[in-house]
Ligand binder design. Structure first.
Ligand SMILES: Cc1ncc(COP(=O)(O)O)c(C=O)c1O
Length: 418
């Protein structure tokens, strides 16, 4: 599956965006007569040819259901699927590929953990589940549902005006009966990078299980689950140059072995009678039903693509662009940026007196794709007394020219709306 121009290259310090653009044919188009500038990467990334090829190759050459077949295609698809699991495990530095559960995305992964923890009997009335003000709805609602089922209480780490979490308040909250900390690594709305290593360590010392929402960090930061020290970590393929409908839940093998299964059906069983079912071993215990085989294989191709460039080089490139964008937009009268200065992935802003939706609509007219609104973080918006922002979010293929176009177009939009 090693196709596309980037795979031939060795990791490098700089991202060669000019040559990389050829890997992303979708970017070579005009929107309303203007060159497309795609800055909605926190919502979903575009897919390189290597990933498109992997998807297509699966259906053209080896499409078959996995694990149960005796025929050649079934063997080939099973091997490719399990190899993809190994690629993910290597990428995450997991102790074993048994710890990698394929899901449909971050939301599905977090719902899976929340459900198995709720079923496990480990969480009881009076216990506390700790989340933060920065969470995406996908890392709020599953925990609210767990609390409703178990009688536990949801507690929230507050944040400062700069969009960073209040670490003193976090320390104080850990003094309670916290059984779970569910925390985003990078805020999708503001780009805040949480000090997850320290926060995980503190939560573990307080006896909590830790679930990390890595939906936004997976495309920007290296992940070493063993060094991180959390118990579970979730991410989506589509925010990491892979297709939609594929994601990962990583969990510690010892915990996953101990916790009950959630969904029942094919592949998660060893033996079924009408009286009793014996469940399968990891990772199959948590993969009921035919999985997204092509998606998993394409995710592995996306990880190969990213790793060939080097995630450190990608992050450095994006960070440079975010800083340049903040500088270029900074003197627009009435502009307010959200999140701390050392943000990652996203730059969120509002302009006094103007509606974010109007700015986004005018930017679209000028070929610039950004996201506007609450970014699935309504409680965070409420904390700041706003109903949304304009969010420009960056990926490895964005360029200094994209930043310049964003700045010019935003100035024009603001002038038109005033
Ligand atoms: C921080 C964060 N968590 C969770 C999600 C949900 O991801 P998905 O919709 O791929 O399940 C997102 C998506 O924007 C996100 O940014």
């Amino acid at each position: 599956m090693r196709h596309g121009t980037a795979h031939a290259r060795r990791p490098r310090a700089m991202i060669p965006t000019d040559s990389l653009l050829a890997d992303f044919p979708i970017l070579d188009q005009s929107i309303h007569g203007q060159r497309l500038v795609y800055l909605d990467n926190a919502a979903t990334t575009q897919k390189p040819l290597a990933v498109l090829f992997a998807s297509r190759h699966f259906y053209e050459a080896i499409n078959s259901n996995i694990h149960r077949g005796t025929h050649q295609l079934a063997r080939a698809s099973t091997e490719a699927y399990e190899q993809a699991r190994q690629t993910v495990a290597n990428h995450l530095h997991a102790a074993t590929s048994d710890e990698v559960i394929f899901t449909s995305g971050t939301t599905a992964s977090i719902n899976l953990v929340a459900n198995i923890l709720a079923l496990s009997g480990r969480i009881t009335a009076g216990d506390e589940v700790l989340i933060s003000t920065l969470e995406h709805h996908s890392n709020i609602v599953p925990w609210q549902m767990l609390c409703q089922r178990t009688g536990a209480t949801l507690k929230v780490i507050p944040c400062h005006d700069d969009g960073s979490l209040d670490q003193d308040a976090f320390g104080a909250l850990l003094g309670g009966r916290v059984k779970i900390l569910a925390l985003t690594w990078i805020s999708n709305a503001f780009g805040t990078v949480n000090p997850v290593v320290e926060m995980i360590r503190a939560a573990k010392a307080a006896g909590a299980l830790v679930v990390i929402d890595a939906a936004q960090s997976a495309a920007h930061l290296a992940i070493d689950v063993q060094a991180l020290g959390a118990d579970f970590l979730a991410f989506s393929g589509h925010k990491l140059y892979a297709p939609t409908g594929i994601g990962v839940l990583w969990g510690r093998a010892a915990l996953l072995n101990e916790l009950p299964p959630w969904q029942g059906g094919g592949e998660m069983i060893k033996e079924v009678t009408f009286e009793h079912t014996r469940y399968n071993d990891l990772p199959f215990k948590y993969e009921a039903g035919t999985p997204n085989i092509e998606g998993a294989i394409a995710l592995a191709a996306a990880l190969d693509y990213v790793n060939a460039l080097g995630i450190g080089a990608i992050h450095a490139h994006e960070t440079q662009l975010i800083r340049a964008a903040a500088d270029a937009l900074g003197d627009i009268p009435g502009i307010r940026f959200y999140g701390p200065e050392d943000r990652s992935g996203s730059l969120s802003f509002a302009v006094d007196g103007l509606h974010h939706y109007d700015i986004g609509t005018l930017l679209d007219q000028m070929g610039v794709a950004v996201r506007t609104g609450h970014h699935c973080c309504q409680p965070l918006m409420a904390r700041f007394g706003i109903n949304g922002t304009v969010r420009a979010s960056f990926a490895l293929y964005n360029t200094a020219q994209d930043v310049a176009t964003l700045a010019t177009a935003t100035r024009k939009a603001v002038a038109m709306l005033r």
